[in-house]
Design a protein around this ligand. Structure first.
Ligand code: ATP
Length: 247
């Protein structure tokens, strides 16, 4: 269980997060919003890459502390622009990720075998990362974020740059992983949310303008139809304008 209370964050004098509060349980949670909405900033604050300036984040009732080894095992994070070691093998990258998340030597080999199987990379185990396709590299990034089976995983734009078939593959993968973890994905693609998320939070200008189920967003879309758009798209557009000071 992840709880965020009244989170604010400013880059110098630009306010990127303006009072975010929500509680996230199990399943896939979609963070939907246009470019610049604050999705990446929110994820970075949750995982401790950015300091909490104002507000609080709790995991299972405990305040988040990124320096605490226990949190390294609880959290998994795929940044929007992630780094992997291009001149090393897939397996070596996963070994490094597993070690960085606090797995010991005896735990690593089973964890790596399992995530290779889930991400459909088992036959690439010994391949150099630079030889992988874009979709495989993206799956490796996800595998590195999830190798230690975190209870809470934050994936920033996991389907970006992928073709429709690859996106469908990643969405299936996330649905599989969500059986035992909380998965938060950020995206600006409504179709990603429709396919995989149980709940959706729409962000705009550093605020949450909608927090509910995909069905709730669909109902909002039915009440605000726009010719040429499907009901979820209409719900998303309507949700964006629910912020009081939205221009
Ligand atoms: N290091 C930074 N310094 C100053 N402003 C920043 C910095 N990083 C982000 N911002 C600004 O903060 C706002 C929120 O950015 P953020 O990357 O969190 O949005 P986002 O919803 O993830 O967008 P995108 O989908 O484009 O990644 C944007 O206006 C962005 O320009």
């Amino acid at each position: 269980m992840l709880e965020i209370r009244n989170l604010h964050f400013s880059y110098r004098n630009f306010q990127a997060l303006n009072g975010i509060s929500t509680t996230v349980g199990s399943g896939v949670y979609g963070l939907l919003g246009p470019n610049g909405a604050g999705k990446s900033t929110l994820m970075k604050c949750i995982v401790g890459m950015l300091p909490l300036q104002n507000g609080e984040v709790f995991v299972n009732g405990d305040p988040i502390d990124s320096a605490n080894a226990e949190f390294k095992r609880i959290l998994g994070y795929l940044p929007q622009h992630f780094e992997v070691m291009d001149f090393s093998s897939v397996e070596r990258n996963l070994l490094y990720a597993a070690w960085a998340h606090g797995l010991n030597r005896s735990e690593c080999s089973a964890a790596i075998a399992k995530i290779l199987q889930i991400t459909d990379l088992a036959d690439k185990r010994q391949s150099l990362v630079r030889s992988l396709s874009g979709g495989m590299r993206q799956r490796l990034g996800i595998a590195c974020a999830l190798v230690h089976r975190p209870r809470i995983a934050l994936l920033d734009e996991p389907t970006v740059g992928l073709d429709p078939l690859q996106r469908a593959g990643i969405r299936n993968l996330l649905a599989e992983l969500a059986k035992e973890s909380t998965i938060i994905i950020s995206t600006h693609l409504v179709e990603d949310i429709a396919a995989v998320a149980n709940r959706v939070m729409v962000m705009n200008a550093g605020q949450i303008s909608f927090d509910g189920t995909v069905d709730d967003l669909e109902i909002l879309g039915q009440k605000n139809p726009t010719p040429g758009f499907n009901t979820l798209e209409c719900g998303y557009q309507a949700a964006l304008s629910l912020i009081p000071n939205h221009e």
